[in-house]
Design a protein around this ligand. Sequence first.
Ligand code: 13P
Ligand code: SF4
Length: 306
Amino acid sequence: MKNIIEKINRLKKERNAVILAHYYQDPQIQDIADFLGDSLALARKARDSKADIILFCGVHFMAETAKILNPEKIVIVPDMEAGCSLADSCPADKFKEWIENHPNHTVVSYINCSAETKALSDIICTSSNAEKIINSIPKDRKILFAPDKYLGSFLKKKTGRELELWDGTCQVHIEFSEIELQKLSAKQPEALILAHPECPPNILDYADYVGSTSGIINFAKQSTGKEFIIATEPGVIYEMKKQIQGKQFYPVPNLDGCSCNVCPFMRLNTPEKIALALENLSPRIELDEELRLKALKPLEKMLELS
Ligand code: 13P
Ligand code: SF4
């Protein structure tokens, strides 16, 4: 492992590369990263980066977003197969049909979607800014929201707006077990429940706080509470333990009763693949320029607003 880390650090310097990583990455990768963040922070960091190469340790839509914002930079990933069930649920051709069947709607897409789907949208949001984005749309406008129906239904409750929802879900967040959550909460009665809005309503109904990964970290940091039950991918707990001393964090088990709600796509990335990607400058995210410009518009709108 020591040799791999040395190799990564050497290649990073030689290539003037920066490693951006999401909180759901394996702890080994979180330790290697130059910057860790949620989807919004990572998009901002990618936009502002001075490096020549961005190595993105997350999933495909995140690296693609970095490329949309940085056409002149080389954006590489450790594993091109690292996708996302939400992005996969919303193919652009079906999405286009849906939009055509709902004329006169503002189209809001969660950042967990492909460049093609972004290009068909009016504005993008992340879990950090979704409420703000919905509230920025004039009250008389009807709204289509894709692809996460659970984030969408949470936003309907929060904003009081009528949203038409695409039928997509995150395959990780739908696995949390309500029964296991109840058992854990009975065992740790003082623990506050912090959940990601990709969870279904039967989990969110128990939550003391609902927010993005960085929202969850910040809530636990600022709270006077000492114990927290975490209903999101447990990778985030690694960073919580680093940033917050003297507090306890418990992951919510999934339906099998284990604490293994790791995102199988996020966890495809390994230090060995990072070293290889830096050596070969591949696999690389490439985008057709016309598509990039179309996808850039709704992303820029989001960045202006948040
Ligand atoms: P955040 O933007 O909250 O980090 O979420 C990203 C994600 O993919 C959650 O599953
Ligand atoms: Fe996609 Fe869910 Fe994995 Fe996030 S946790 S990248 S939404 S599959």
